[in-house]
Design a protein around this ligand. Structure first.
Ligand code: ADP
Length: 360
C-alpha cells in the first residue's frame, strides 16, 4: 500500500467495522480474508477461516451448493451475482453478493469480494405487507359483496312497499290527496334513491381508474337536462345551455352522473321561476363544466365540506348528502377538480374541470 493513505491496519479496521460479514475468496472458493462479523454470524474466528474452503466453512458441504452465487459468477465469466437466500437451519434470510475484483492470487485466480447481509427483518416486513395487501383486497371484495346483497335486499323490500302503495291507490284514488299517504310515497322514493346512491358511491370509492373514451359533453348535458323536464315545468325553472364549439373529451359514461347530480341540486335548491345556466367551456387542454343557479347559495364555511359524504347544510330540505360525494369521486377518477363559488347577485356556481385527454 505504498503511497496510499490506507495502511493495512486501517483497512483491516475498516473491514472489521462493517456490520455484515465480508470475505475475499478466490474463484475456487478458498477464503483469503474474513472480517470480524463472521464470528457473530457463523461462530468462527476470522483468522481460523482464512485458507479454508468456503462451502465447508459456511455450509459444512464438500462442494458448492446448487445455486451458489460464486459458482454462478465464475460460470458466467466472472460477473457480479446477487441472491436472496433463505437459510432453513438458522430461519434467516440473507442477501449474498459476490463481486469480481481486478486482484489475482499468486496462481492467477480471480479474487472476489463476498458479502452476506442479514435481510430477515426486511423480508418479514415484505411478507407482512403482502399479507396485508391480500387481506385488504379480500375485505374490499367482501365489502362489495355485502353492498350488493344489502342494496339488492333493501331494494326488494322497498319495491314491495311501492307496489303496496300503487295497490292502495288503485283501490282508493282519493288517497293521493292525503298528506300522510304522499309523505309515505315520497319517502319510499327517497329511500330508493339513497340505496342506489350509497351502493354507487361505495363502488366508485373502491375503483382505481376508469376506462375513458371520447364523448361530446354538450350532447351528454342536453340528454341529462331533458330528463328533468317534468320537474322543471313543475317549478317553472328554465335551463339555458351554453356550449363551446369543441366539447369532446375523453370521459367515462358515468360523467353523466356529474351533470345529473349538479343539475338536480340546482333545481332542488332554487326558488320557483328562476333560471339555471349550464355552460361547457373550452379551456384548451381542459374542459370546464359550470352549473349556475339563483338559489340560496352556500356559505364559505361549507364550500369544501359539502363534497364530503353525508354533509348537508342545516335546515335545508333535500336528499341525504351523497350526490356531491359521488360527483367528487367521479371527477377525481377523471383527474379533475370540482369546486363551488358564489354566483352574482345570488346563488352558486358549481365548477368541474377535467383534462380533455386521458394522458393529461
Ligand atoms: P343532497 O342529497 O342532500 O342534496 P348533496 O351531496 O347533493 O346531497 O349536497 C350536499 C348539500 O350541499 C345539500 O344538502 C345542500 O345543503 C348543499 N347543496 C348542494 N347543491 C346546492 C345548491 N346548488 N345550492 C345550495 N345548496 C346546495
Amino acid at each position: 500500500m505504498t503511497g496510499s493513505i490506507f495502511s493495512d491496519q486501517l483497512l483491516k479496521d475498516l473491514f472489521d467495522a462493517l456490520p455484515f460479514y465480508l470475505m475475499l475468496v478466490d474463484e475456487e472458493h478458498n477464503i483469503l480474508l474474513a472480517n470480524k462479523a463472521i464470528s457473530r454470524d457463523l461462530g468462527v474466528k476470522p483468522e481460523d477461516v482464512v485458507g479454508g474452503y468456503c462451502p465447508k466453512v459456511v455450509h459444512n458441504l464438500e462442494e458448492p451448493y446448487p445455486g451458489c452465487p460464486l459458482e454462478e459468477a465464475v460460470e458466467k465469466g466472472h460477473c457480479a451475482v446477487e441472491k436472496e437466500i433463505y437459510n432453513e437451519e438458522l430461519g434467516k434470510w440473507v442477501k449474498s453478493v459476490v463481486y469480481p475484483t481486478k486482484l489475482r492470487t499468486k496462481e492467477g485466480k480471480v479474487i472476489y469480494i463476498h458479502m452476506v447481509f442479514d435481510i430477515t427483518e426486511r423480508k418479514r416486513a415484505e411478507e407482512k405487507l403482502k399479507e396485508y395487501a391480500s387481506e385488504l383486497e379480500r375485505s374490499n371484495k367482501l365489502k362489495d359483496l355485502f353492498i350488493d346483497i344489502m342494496s339488492h335486499d333493501l331494494l326488494n323490500i322497498v319495491s314491495i312497499m311501492r307496489s303496496m302503495e300503487e295497490l292502495l291507490l288503485k283501490r282508493n284514488a282519493s288517497l293521493k290527496e292525503s298528506r300522510e299517504f304522499m309523505a309515505i310515497a315520497e319517502n319510499t322514493e327517497r329511500l330508493i334513491t339513497m340505496i342506489h346512491n350509497a351502493s354507487k358511491l361505495a363502488k366508485l370509492e373502491s375503483l382505481k381508474n376508469l376506462t375513458l373514451e371520447k364523448h361530446d359533453l354538450c350532447e351528454i348535458s342536453r340528454v341529462v337536462i331533458s330528463t328533468f323536464t317534468p320537474l322543471l315545468e313543475e317549478k317553472g325553472i328554465k335551463i339555458a345551455l351554453k356550449c363551446c364549439d369543441n366539447a369532446i373529451a375523453e370521459v367515462n359514461p358515468c360523467i353523466e352522473e356529474v351533470f345529473s347530480n349538479l343539475i338536480s341540486n340546482a333545481i332542488k335548491y332554487s326558488p320557483e321561476n328562476t333560471e339555471i345556466e349550464v355552460e361547457i367551456v373550452d379551456e384548451g387542454e381542459h374542459i370546464r363544466i359550470c352549473v349556475r343557479d339563483q338559489g340560496a347559495g352556500i356559505p364559505d364555511e361549507y364550500k369544501e365540506e359539502i363534497f364530503n359524504r353525508f354533509r348537508r347544510l342545516e335546515g335545508r330540505r333535500g336528499g341525504r348528502g351523497l350526490g356531491l360525494a359521488i360527483v367528487k369521486r367521479i371527477v377525481e377518477l377523471h383527474n379533475g377538480e370540482v369546486w363551488v363559488e358564489d354566483n352574482s347577485p345570488r346563488g352558486s356556481i358549481f365548477n368541474v374541470r377535467i383534462p380533455r385527454h386521458a394522458s393529461a
